[in-house]
Design a protein around this ligand. Structure first.
Ligand code: 4NP
Length: 155
């Protein structure tokens, strides 16, 4: 089983959405994976995803209402095979907690899966309007589709 962790800053917008999208694809494709998400900050620990994220995902038949935010910790390096981060600051925050080269190699900007070596970040929709949430859905749906295809080919 491949264990995948999605990481953003607050764990209430981008990473829970990435978690929900990939889990949905895995269920439909019958992939044997475990998906979770976490935030680099403790700002929203124990909160459900942002209401705009829940609403947007619901419009795509994905239920995020039961998820709860938690903070990333170095134990996550022991428990996950791949750690997909949403932006470059998440990347440096997570890398700074890695204890060795093997742990550093688990960390990848999620959009590298579509645009290798371009270092593109998933925009943070938190301070913007509702359109931003649909844009983030499209971006993460594309990235998770590629991740799911790669995992299927590994089976
Ligand atoms: P996320 O979005 O990292 O995609 O969950 C944010 C959520 C909250 C904050 C920033 C980004 N905040 O500053 O509280």
């Amino acid at each position: 089983m491949t264990k995948i962790l999605m990481v953003c800053l607050g764990n209430i917008c981008r990473s829970p959405l990435a978690e929900g999208i990939l889990r949905d694809k895995a269920e439909k494709m019958n992939l044997n994976i475990l998906v979770d998400s976490a935030g680099t900050s403790n700002y929203h620990v124990d909160e459900h995803p942002d209401h705009r994220t829940i609403k947007n995902a619901k419009g795509h038949n994905i239920d995020l209402s039961k998820l709860k935010a938690r903070q990333f910790s170095e134990n996550d390096f022991d428990n996950f095979d791949v750690i997909y981060v949403m932006d470059s600051s998440n990347f440096s925050d997570v890398i700074s907690l890695a204890r060795n080269k093997n742990e550093k190699q688990k960390v990848q900007l999620i959009l590298e899966i579509i645009y290798p070596n371009a270092f593109i970040s998933v925009p943070d929709p938190y301070f913007g309007g509702e359109d931003g949430f649909e844009d983030v859905f499209t971006i993460l749906n594309n990235a998770c589709e590629v991740i799911a295809q790669i995992l299927r080919n590994k089976k």
